[in-house]
Design a protein around this ligand. Structure first.
Ligand SMILES: NC(=O)c1ccc[n+]([C@@H]2O[C@H](COP(=O)([O-])OP(=O)(O)OC[C@H]3O[C@@H](n4cnc5c(N)ncnc54)[C@H](O)[C@@H]3O)[C@@H](O)[C@H]2O)c1
Length: 380
């Protein structure tokens, strides 16, 4: 089978940059895309990070200056995985350099930055999508289909969330994700919120009003040299929203937590209606829970196996995992870029990323706003 080659450059080879590199390295697992990503260039400020990429033979350029990567004719698509305060400047430079962009969430540190990125995409006409991988899981896809098909009856509630507990340990060192200056005033919403809003926004369920509860956790964390750094970001956010779905007003809760005791990386999506319901959680990655109502009421569990949207060599009975999701997401990105998505599930669009920032900004305003006191008995 002939396959088109797409040269990829990575800016930011940290946690996510390396995850993506490994997804390309086992691209042979994917069938039928007809497109092969080849990692040719990496830019990162850190020498140890750059040397990690010695193990990828196709990498011809390793540089501390990302502008050198942008000047390379041997890069078609740039994946950027940098701290949030750098998103707007680097994303817009990538687009202006004539490259297509796979952007990490949250797509700018705030709403103004997201607007700037979207404006530059329109101005340059480049192809751009934003990263959010969990909806590519078979359980998430089935939940999406059920929610879209309208078989659930009158919708009662939607719950979409992402919980982990990495920040519960107060001795965990400070890093850029715990500082508003580099992570953003939106804090955990910037970290986890795009994952939580991807399916609701794809279903057209944009929140129309938001009541936000935002919480902070450990106020300072240790540095390797024994000093401490003040950590000022929101760690947990619960957004009680109203949305409109099928001409009905539906309560939709969006939960983003870095302090969720016991959770390692639990992304979940749940839609309940009067006739049926669906529930999926990555804590149990093969299981789809479906509610049905006849004479009695049932929650049924189905083991979905490896039914990914983009076919791979992996047998249908096996379990999907995080690295598989990266490949699925890249398959969607590359096929959509080539105009060959053919109605299949695609990555977050720039407009969806912008819409997520509008929700986060409303959440900040809600949290800062006046609270309503319960009526107390007149003591007089
Ligand atoms: N999709 C997901 O599941 C997921 C998961 C984690 C993080 N992310 C996102 O990925 C992005 C990066 O997060 P991460 O966890 O990989 O961070 P990280 O801290 O592990 O990596 C960031 C890298 O950027 C490099 N860097 C910083 N400034 C630079 C510059 N000016 N030029 C070149 N390199 C520079 C750092 O040296 C570091 O190696 C963020 O936007 C984050 O929200 C996405």
């Amino acid at each position: 089978m002939s396959t088109d080659r797409v040269s990829i450059g990575i800016i930011g080879g940290g946690l996510m940059g390396r995850e993506m590199a490994s997804a390309f390295a086992r691209w042979c697992a994917l069938e039928e895309t007809g497109i092969t990503p080849v990692l040719t260039a990496v830019a990162d400020l850190s020498e140890p990070v750059l040397s990690w990429f010695d193990r990828i033979p196709s990498v011809q350029l390793k540089t501390r200056d990302y502008r050198e990567l942008l000047a390379s004719p041997n890069v078609d698509v740039v994946y950027v995985a940098l701290p949030h305060h750098l998103h707007a400047a680097v994303y817009t430079e990538v687009l202006r350099a004539g490259k297509d962009l796979f952007a990490e969430k949250p797509f700018g540190i705030d709403l103004a930055a997201a607007r700037q990125i979207v404006d530059t995409i329109r101005e340059t006409g480049r192809f751009c999508r934003c990263s959010s991988e969990f909806p590519f899981l078979p359980g998430a896809q089935r939940a999406l289909t059920m929610a879209r098909d309208g078989a659930l009856g009158r919708l009662l509630e939607v719950r979409s969330g992402f919980h982990h507990s990495s920040d519960l340990d107060p001795s965990k060192p400070a890093n850029w994700k715990r500082l508003s200056r580099t992570c953003g005033d939106i804090g955990v919403m910037g970290d986890l919120g795009m994952h939580v809003l991807h399916l609701p926004l794809r279903l057209g369920w944009k929140p129309q009003s938001v009541y936000a509860q935002l919480q902070k956790g450990v106020p300072e964390r240790p540095n390797p040299d024994g000093s401490t750094t003040a950590c000022d970001t929101w760690d947990n956010a619960v957004l009680h929203t109203w949305t409109e779905a099928r001409d009905q007003r539906v309560p939709m809760t969006l939960e983003m937590k870095r302090l969720a005791p016991g959770a390692t990386n639990s992304w979940f999506f749940e839609v309940l209606g009067t006739d049926a319901g669906v529930r999926f959680n990555t804590a149990d990655p093969k299981a789809l829970w479906v509610f049905r109502r006849d004479k009695e009421q049932w929650w049924q569990r189905t083991d979905l196996g490896f039914g990914m949207p983009y076919k791979t060599i992996t047998g249908g009975i096996f379990e999907p995992g995080f690295p598989d999701l990266m490949q699925q997401m890249w398959a969607a990105f590359l096929l959509e870029r080539a105009g060959r998505l053919d109605g299949r599930f695609g990555c977050v669009t720039p407009d969806e990323a912008l819409a997520s920032h509008q929700v986060f900004e409303a959440a900040l305003r809600s949290h800062a706003g006046a609270t309503v006191e319960p009526v107390t008995r007149n003591q007089g």
